[in-house]
Design a protein around this ligand. Structure first.
Ligand code: AMP
Ligand code: ZN
Length: 113
């Protein structure tokens, strides 16, 4: 399948991997938008939030667990962080394999752009 993040899961393209188990992989974002910016993704290819099925609930449930574990390792759990999942064009999604952004290390603003 011609999917950037499936290739990353398959180690066909390099990444700075922060966490990996049988279901999930987390890695540094290649174009960080904050001092801390990493992505947490399911290894299973799911294109958008709209494509999550009931049977994916356990895997998807691991994303925030892994996100907060890495946030703690990076010592931003107490200062805080922003979690973002973009869906389709208006949401600003550019890679069509779902991913949870975790941004930290600066004061985030609201509303987002
Ligand atoms: P989105 O716009 O929500 O689909 O986010 C896609 C994210 O993937 C962006 O923040 C990109 O910087 C990031 N990205 C794209 N290619 C890579 C890559 N090869 N390794 C790590 N992050 C990537
Ligand atoms: Zn994929």
């Amino acid at each position: 399948m011609d999917c950037l993040f499936c290739k990353l899961v398959a180690k066909e393209i390099p990444a700075t991997i922060l966490f990996e188990d049988e279901d999930v992989i987390a890695f540094e974002d290649i174009m960080p938008q904050a001092p801390v910016h990493f992505l947490v993704i399911p290894k299973k290819h799911i294109s958008t939030l709209n494509d999550i099925k009931e049977e994916d609930a356990a895997i998807i449930g691991k994303l925030p667990i892994v996100a907060s574990k890495i946030a703690k390792e990076k010592k931003v759990d107490q200062s805080g962080y922003r979690v973002v999942m973009n869906c389709n064009e208006d949401g600003g999604q550019t890679v069509y394999h779902i991913h949870m952004h975790v941004l930290a290390g600066k004061q985030m603003t609201w509303p987002p752009g």
